[in-house]
Design a protein around this ligand. Structure first.
Ligand code: TTP
Ligand code: MG
Ligand code: MG
Length: 446
């Protein structure tokens, strides 16, 4: 939470995105050199994406298909299906948003994530990267490469370094050493002409650049020169910018065994409300609306939503509202899944600008946030939670098919994976039951 502490930023980029989707959907293409492009009679187009098999022949994106055919006569050319890739892209982004609301998509297959505030719930940057890769592989049958670092600049370079299926972690403080051996062309803002000019200074690697005299570069390149040196050291203050703002912050929990025990149900709602409010505070958001989701043992799902008298990022009002909404729906039922979601972020404010009345309570929750960040979620719990600790894992933002989400929550946790898996619902593709559930879930879609 403090500004001094390094942030944890992930850059996620799917491998051979269009080509991998086609290989997934057409088993005869797997393991083969595939180029997604216009193909057919029209050989004047360019390759959009090349499978890694095709790349061994030198085929790559933006290459004329004519050239690709010459380099790789056995390449299979597949027409572009833009609508499909968009759909998969939304599924990828929905997975990423489970781990943080701070997701900045920068192209159809890649995004930056600021997971600084998510570490208490999901583990460190590397652990989160592994969970993302596992979810992308398990749910979408695709592979992603991830870079983990304290800055966007370094995270992006990291994700590209060990493709495909790569994972590169650059611990804070080691940026300059990590970057030093890499060619300057990897650095943002170094195009071909800058690279040529830098060569006049004897610069080939990022390390050469970092060692240059700053004032000489400023004389030659102006302000740009100074920022080049900064970047060569891995310095980059650019924040992760979620363009639409987060629409919701939510947790879901699937019980190991369906339960009708009010104590367990209420404790779970409390734990999830804590998690939600913690993430709101970290993101500097206040929510005006609370939604609960209740799924019973017969897979009947209801969601209930209510506006708050005033926007909040505190546990109590969220929990009380969630309880109020959920109680009548849980009565006399065995419950399979509960969810608490906060939305309606009308107020986006800097942390620290709080109403006077809230001050004491706020200091308490901020202190708790700090401790949670340092020692993990289980370090601080309310008395009521102490008996069992916080149920884990939680599932994040809605965005994928409801049935799959519930299953996935179990799959993500290695501990849970060892537990016996619940049978999948009879028809996971079936739309959620009618009722206000549809309306609420739609509101969360991208
Ligand atoms: P990239 O992420 O640049 O490339 P990629 O996913 O195919 O391969 P890599 O493993 O190296 O990440 O681009 C994502 C998709 O965008 C790509 O699959 C197809 C499309 N694209 C084009 O249509 N034209 C282009 O010139 C590039 C670079 C990408
Ligand atoms: Mg890619
Ligand atoms: Mg990309």
């Amino acid at each position: 939470m403090s500004e001094r502490a390094p942030r944890t930023i992930l850059h996620v980029d799917l491998d051979a995105f269009f080509a991998a989707i086609e290989q997934r959907d057409r088993s005869e293409l797997r393991g083969k050199p595939v180029a997604v492009g216009m193909g057919g009679a029209n050989d004047r187009g360019v390759v959009s994406a090349a499978s890694y098999e095709a790349r061994t022949f030198g085929v790559h994106s933006a290459m004329p298909i004519r050239t690709a055919r010459r380099l790789c006569p056995d390449c299979i050319f597949v027409p572009v299906d833009g609508a499909k890739y968009q759909r998969v892209s939304r599924e990828v982004m929905a997975i990423l948003r489970r781990f943080t609301p701070l997701v900045e998509p920068i192209s159809i297959d890649e995004a930056f994530l600021d997971v600084t505030a998510s570490r208490a719930l999901f583990g460190d940057g590397e652990a989160i990267a592994r969970q993302i890769k596992a979810a992308v592989r398990g749910e979408l049958e695709l592979t992603a490469s991830v870079g983990v670092a304290a800055t966007k600049l370094v995270a992006k370079i990291g994700s590209d370094l060990r493709k495909p299926d790569g994972l590169v972690v650059v611990p804070p403080g080691t940026e300059a050493a990590f970057l030093a051996p890499l060619p300057i062309s990897r650095l943002w803002g170094v195009g071909p002409s800058t690279a040529t000019a830098l060569r006049d200074f004897g610069v080939a690697t990022i390390g050469d650049l970092a060692n240059l005299d700053r004032s000489a570069l400023v004389r030659r390149f102006g302000k740009h020169g100074a920022s080049l040196v900064d970047r060569a050291h891995g310095v980059d203050a650019d924040p992760v910018d979620d363009p639409d703002g987060a629409k919701s912050v939510g947790h879901e929990h699937t019980f190991d065994e369906d339960t009708a025990d009010p104590e367990v149900l209420e404790r779970t709602l409390l734990a999830m409300s804590e998690g939600v409010s913690g993430r709101l505070r970290h993101a500097g958001l206040k929510a005006g609306t609370v939604t609960v989701k209740i799924r019973d043992s017969g897979f009947n799902t209801v969601t209930r939503q209510r506006g708050l008298p005033e926007p909040t990022d505190l546990t109590d009002p969220i929990w009380r509202t969630a309880l109020d909404l959920a109680r009548p729906e849980m009565r006399g039922k065995r419950i399979r899944l509960l969810g608490v979601t906060a939305s309606g972020f009308g107020v986006r404010e800097q942390l620290g600008l709080f109403e006077a009345g809230d001050e004491r309570q706020r200091r308490v929750v901020e202190a708790a946030d700090e401790v949670r960040e340092r020692f993990g979620t289980r370090a601080i719990t309310r008395a009521r939670l102490l008996r069992t600790g916080i149920p884990a894992p939680f599932e994040r933002d809605p965005g994928t098919a409801v049935e799959r989400r519930g299953e996935h929550a179990v799959a993500e946790d290695p501990e849970a994976r060892r537990r016996k898996r619940r049978p999948a619902p009879a028809n996971p593709a079936a739309p959620p039951p009618a009722g206000d559930a549809d309306a609420v879930d739609d509101a969360f879609d991208d």
